[in-house]
Design a protein around this ligand. Sequence first.
Ligand code: MN
Length: 254
Amino acid sequence: MPHILVTNDDGIQAPGLRALVEALRELATLTVVAPASERSAAAQSLTLRQPVYYEEIAEREYAVEGTPADAVILALHKLLPDKPDLVISGINRGGNIGENVYYSGTVGAAKEAAIHGVPAVAISLAYRRPECDFAPAAQFMKSLASVILREGLPAGVPLNVNVPQDWSGEVRFTRQSRKITRNVLQPGADGNGRPYFLLSEQQLTEGIEPDTDYAAIRAAAVSITPLELDVTHTQSLNHLSHWAAILKRNSLEP
Ligand code: MN
């Protein structure tokens, strides 16, 4: 039986992770290693210079007092007996599309696994409501996992999957949108008069490019974006490299 590591950024008790575990149970042996509490928007950050506590809270389930990337590192280096066949991060409550891919702890965990050479998927429900139904996304992830276990993934290419609220049944392979939100900064001041801003965001409704994750979600399709870990912009590398001669330190000058 294949072995799947399940993690997330909403915390080990989050309903999205539980729905995923339920759906994947018959497909694979599962180990859950996930943050003990919610660490959304942790991206791929690590906990350094302080201990990362962990606890076995059930059979093959470990709660980690750290970030999603910490959890994956503990799992792959210490907690799992062997390298898993697949790492699945989610199901996140709230979409991870456009620039949110940069901030997402759900995606951060999948990227960490991909860096370690393990096929990885981040999966998110592209809406957040009190009555989130994770079951359709969990069933979708089960079908996708069996395809990946059979066919594999390109090395170092994690998939970022988003499932819309009322899925039409359509699946689109997409690219990441450019910034899809407007930053909203609400000014305020505390009791001592210290000024602050409260940050939130507003989703844009115009300028959505048709082949993107955001367009797929708005069309009620599941969006799958293959991500690249190497963020080098090769075109600019070629275009800018002649600057090296200008910037080179001249050994004759002081
Ligand atoms: Mn989250």
